[in-house]
Design a protein around this ligand. Structure first.
Ligand code: TUI
Length: 325
């Protein structure tokens, strides 16, 4: 395969990678197979840790180290009940150089991460949290718009990204809706130093996501995703199916009591991500995917996907550059 020359940005310089593309830490998908393929192809592979035990995180990190000698990151996800032990392991034993964080505020761990020489890249969904992260030592931030799959904030990438770029000095990475080279070019134009890609990597050849889940993304249209769980304070974007129909109907029946009862919702959601991603249950499983799923129409290896982003972004720049002359 024709190798593209690298694309130098503040992010590639910070992380010592070839292309300004970070792989999202999708629970059950972002394993060492996918993450090592991304790192070996010149992006930043990220090991997802979802609700993992510390033993499982250790296994994944050890496996990753046998698969790549390129930079990689581990994601710390704050809805994980084992988060304290996972962070202790990452700081004290894992000997890793980069951490991304998601679904919460990493402030209480920041000093220890920095003391251990670990670069920290929190995922944020607001200007306020982005500024706070920079102030306490974040090396870069990922700004995630509500177009993204999984747990999301309230603002769109197009509105949020330039506001964070204006507010920060550290590199800003755009996430949520960045499904091809056009969006990489657009992100760079808005002042980002790179993008984070989730949904498009779910369908990569090296991704171990169940084929039924991959096919659902490949078949998805622009309107195929819905947001569930807003009522619980944890909005999650997923592909529409029987589960979301049931979930949204229960959600609608819950009145705005002082103490609403979420038991039925919790039962519907319990284990639902595993059912979709690992067992291939596209009816009752939770198929987290971004709005960009409608644009993801072909599989391809991780290397093909990354080079596709880079060649398309470069060709867009050449073609559209004429408007700015
Ligand atoms: O973390 C994500 N996406 C995720 S995590 C996840 S795991 C899960 N599994 C089952 C059910 C529900 C979730 C699935 N998808 N993206 C990064 C992200 N972080 N998006 C938004 C945020 C965020 C939100 C609030 C970051 C910080 C934050 O802080 C609030 C605060 O405390 O200030």
């Amino acid at each position: 395969m024709q190798r593209e020359s690298g694309m130098k940005t503040a992010l590639t310089e910070l992380l010592n990678i070839e292309y300004p593309i970070i792989q999202g830490a999708m629970a059950w998908v972002a394993d060492p197979d996918l993450a090592s393929a991304v790192s070996n192809a010149g992006g930043l592979g990220v090991i997802g840790t979802g609700h993992d035990s510390v033993e499982l995180v250790r296994k994944k990190v050890e496996e990753m180290k046998t698969r790549t000698d390129k930079p990689f990151a581990v994601n710390a996800m704050f809805l994980n009940p084992n988060i304290d032990e996972v962070v202790d392991y990452l700081i004290d034993e894992a000997e890793i150089k980069i951490v991304t964080t998601g679904a919460g505020n990493p402030s209480k761990y920041m000093e220890r991460f920095k003391e251990a020489g670990i670069k920290v890249i929190p995922v944020v969904a607001s200007v306020a949290l982005a500024k706070r992260m920079e102030r306490i030592g974040a090396d870069a931030v990922v700004v995630e718009g509500m177009e993204a799959g999984g747990h999301i904030g309230r603002l769109t990438s197009l509105a949020l990204l330039p506001q964070v770029v204006d507010a920060l000095s550290v590199p800003v990475v755009a996430a949520g809706g960045f499904g091809d080279g056009r969006s990489l070019a657009a992100a760079l134009m808005l002042g980002a130093a790179g993008i984070q890609v989730g949904t498009r990597f779910v369908v990569a050849k090296e991704s171990n996501a169940h084929d039924n889940f991959k096919q659902s993304i490949l078949k998805a249209k622009d309107v195929s995703t819905v947001v569930t769980g807003e009522i619980t304070g944890h909005p999650v974007r997923v592909l529409r199916n029987q589960l979301t129909k049931n979930y949204l109907s229960v959600q609608k029946s819950i009145t705005s009591d002082e103490k609403p009862d979420f038991t039925e919702l919790e039962e519907l959601a319990s284990g639902a991500l595993y059912r979709a991603v690992v067992q291939g249950d596209t009816k009752e499983g939770s198929m987290m995917a971004g709005q960009i799923a409608g644009l993801v129409n072909s599989e391809g290896t991780v290397e093909e996907i990354i080079l596709d982003y880079i060649t398309e972004a470069r060709s867009i720049y050449k073609d559209r550059g004429k408007y700015f002359e």
